[in-house]
Design a protein around this ligand. Structure first.
Ligand SMILES: [Zn+2]
Length: 224
């Protein structure tokens, strides 16, 4: 169990938490999913997606895919959205980390393509907790960068107008719009958890600065 401010289930090894506590926390996640093997990554707010076959911590990618049953994939986040993509019939799964830079770089497109290449199509998408548009004010230049990089539909979904008139970015709404744009039906896209800034039970980098990372984990379970 991690000490404050990383309590209770910080899953990131790069935020100042005790390494032994992080290992134990990750083991708990794997065990909860009936496994002892876990693959995660060191995200860089990019769009690279790696295929993994066993326990690992891949550097400099923001997405992982696998066809290996029993291998837990873990994406981390604390305001950016950690998400899971389940391929048809559980033939392949993927996880990714997406913030505003991920929208610009299209990590979702890369991850969907990687899962679809292995499984044919996508069966389900789960978007974890993330900062909402009201809690994430951004400078106008960032809105312009987003406008230049993504479609009008994704932009419209992602950009929120806050009460004070300043623009905000709702990463999860933008991510959902991107999935739909890629042909993933809206009815198979689920949200879990709320706004990381508003929910004191979640880690939020924007709210706390020094803090842990929660995660989205996915695993192909054999025999199902
Ligand atoms: Zn919020």
């Amino acid at each position: 169990m991690s000490p404050a401010p990383y309590d209770t289930l910080n899953l990131a090894g790069y935020v100042g938490d005790l390494p032994g506590a992080v290992t134990e926390n990750r083991d708990r996640v794997a065990r909860a999913m009936g496994s002892s093997d876990l693959a995660t990554m060191r995200c860089v707010h990019g769009a690279a997606v790696a295929r993994v076959h066993g326990p690992s911590e891949t550097e400099a990618v923001d997405g992982l895919v696998t066809t290996n049953a029993g291998l837990v994939l873990l994406a981390l986040g604390a305001d950016c959205v950690p998400l899971a993509i389940i391929g048809s019939n559980g033939m392949a799964i993927g996880v990714a980390h997406c913030g505003w830079r991920g929208l610009v770089g299209d990590v979702i497109g890369e991850a969907v393509n990687a899962v679809a290449a292995l499984a044919g199509s996508v069966q389900e998408v789960v978007l974890g907790p993330a900062v909402c548009g009201a809690c994430y004010p951004v400078p106008p230049e960032r809105v312009d960068m987003l406008r230049d990089a993504v479609s009008r539909g994704v932009c419209t979904a992602a950009i929120a107008t806050r009460h004070d008139g300043q623009p905000g970015i709702d990463v999860r709404a933008g991510a959902r719009a991107r999935f739909v744009e890629l042909g993933v039906p809206a009815r198979i896209i689920r949200f879990v958890g709320g706004c990381t800034v508003e929910d004191q039970g979640l880690f939020s980098y924007r709210r706390d600065g020094v803090t842990g990372r929660q995660g989205m984990a996915a695993c192909i379970v054999e025999g199902t």
